[in-house]
Design a protein around this ligand. Structure first.
Ligand SMILES: CC(C)(COP(=O)([O-])OP(=O)([O-])OC[C@H]1O[C@@H](n2cnc3c(N)ncnc32)[C@H](O)[C@@H]1OP(=O)([O-])[O-])[C@@H](O)C(=O)NCCC(=O)NCCSC(=O)C[C@@](C)(O)CC(=O)[O-]
Length: 315
């Protein structure tokens, strides 16, 4: 995977069809998922976490991973990614046009067992075989770490857990780790402390922040991440998302709101905001419920209104 790290560019990674849909009870048809991803590509988004190669019993919504990936029209700069937690997942991924596979682990023992049905040690021991299989299939291997800023079952996660997992990823030759704030327990303080500790030990590692807006501070945490040097953020169309195996999980930070914040702060993303708004509305129609995104309702800052459309206070 190549990441444009030129000054002023921030990579937005769309996770709406993976993290966004994995918790939704309304089954979205495969053709609709393909159309959504194709429209994400058309909006200028280059990195898309499309799906997961997990057990269809655990996550029925993503049972069609192979079919979705087969239908996507990639551009030369498109990077299609998926979660690949085990060898079975890697075998499946190798038969698809996947570009990047994310290994998956949690920084707390309880969430790892809930999510992956094994201990942290067992997950770490399984990684080399999964990574080798993916690389044999020409798929780049990346690392993902859930509950990196707090666990809904255990509370604060010892920094040493996060460092140990990151170290193991580095030993496997992984150069890119996604830090997951699974249930919105990240704060400006723990984001800063965690990033500084990680970069002190692994200065070459690239980090993506995967933030959920569960406590309303998702975009504030983005600003702290930017200050600390992060240039890549996950987000989901309309603010969808949540891990089905984490208590109290709610949506990711919202793609349109993130793109709006970045553009209005002077960052380039290569993404057409109006097109991301259209994708969020499409997602809303598909799921038949209002989504949490705010810019999808208000529009860009300079979307103006006819003055005679509202009453005048003076009567
Ligand atoms: C990891 C497993 C598969 C282990 O599940 P397991 O039950 O321990 O696995 P197993 O090896 O014992 O296999 C059991 C059955 O599952 C099948 N199986 C096993 N693996 C696969 C596979 N890859 N693809 C398809 N099928 C699979 C396997 O073939 C077998 O089928 P059976 O013989 O019973 O018919 C399971 O626990 C699982 O699927 N967990 C789901 C994990 C998940 O997707 N969680 C949500 C995403 S994580 C998240 O949201 C957080 C994140 C990443 O976004 C970051 C953040 O927000 O912080």
């Amino acid at each position: 995977m190549t990441t444009d790290t030129a000054a002023g560019f921030v990579e937005v990674v769309e996770v709406g069809t993976r993290d966004g849909l994995q918790i939704e009870p309304t089954m979205v048809p495969t053709e609709e998922k393909i159309a959504l991803v194709n429209s994400m590509i058309d909006s200028g988004i280059r990195h898309i976490e499309v799906t997961s190669f997990v057990s269809p019993k655990a996550v029925p919504q993503l049972a069609d991973a192979e079919q979705v990936l087969a239908g996507i029209r990639k551009r030369p700069d498109t990077n299609l990614m998926a979660l690949v937690p085990n060898l079975r997942g890697a075998e499946r991924a190798c038969d698809t046009p996947l570009d990047g596979g994310l290994l998956l682990i949690s920084a707390s023992e309880t969430h790892n067992r809930k999510n992956l049905n094994r201990s942290i040690d067992d997950s770490l021991q399984g990684f080399p075989a999964v990574a080798e299989k993916l690389r044999q299939g020409g798929i780049e291997v990346l690392g993902a770490m859930a509950v990196a800023f707090g666990c809904p079952f255990e509370g604060d996660v010892p920094l040493e857990n996060v460092l140990r997992i990151a170290r193991t990823y580095a030993e496997l030759g992984i150069t890119h780790i996604t830090l997951g704030d699974t249930t919105g327990m990240a704060t400006p303080r723990n984001i800063r402390a965690t990033l500084r500790a990680l970069w002190a030990e692994l200065p070459e590692m690239e980090f993506t922040l995967h933030l959920h807006n569960t406590r309303g501070v998702g975009l504030a945490n983005v600003l702290v991440g930017l200050e600390e040097g992060v240039r890549r953020f996950d987000s989901a169309a309309g603010g969808l998302g949540g891990c089905p195996f984490a208590a109290g999980a709610t949506g990711n930070i919202c793609t349109e709101d993130l793109v709006y914040l970045l553009h209005e702060s002077g960052w380039e993303t290569g993404i057409d905001l109006e097109k991301t708004i259209a994708i969020a509305h499409r997602m809303e129609r598909l799921l038949g419920k209002p989504l949490a995104g705010q810019v999808m309702r208000a529009g860009p800052r300079l979307r103006l209104h006819a003055a005679d459309a509202v009453p005048t206070a003076a009567g």
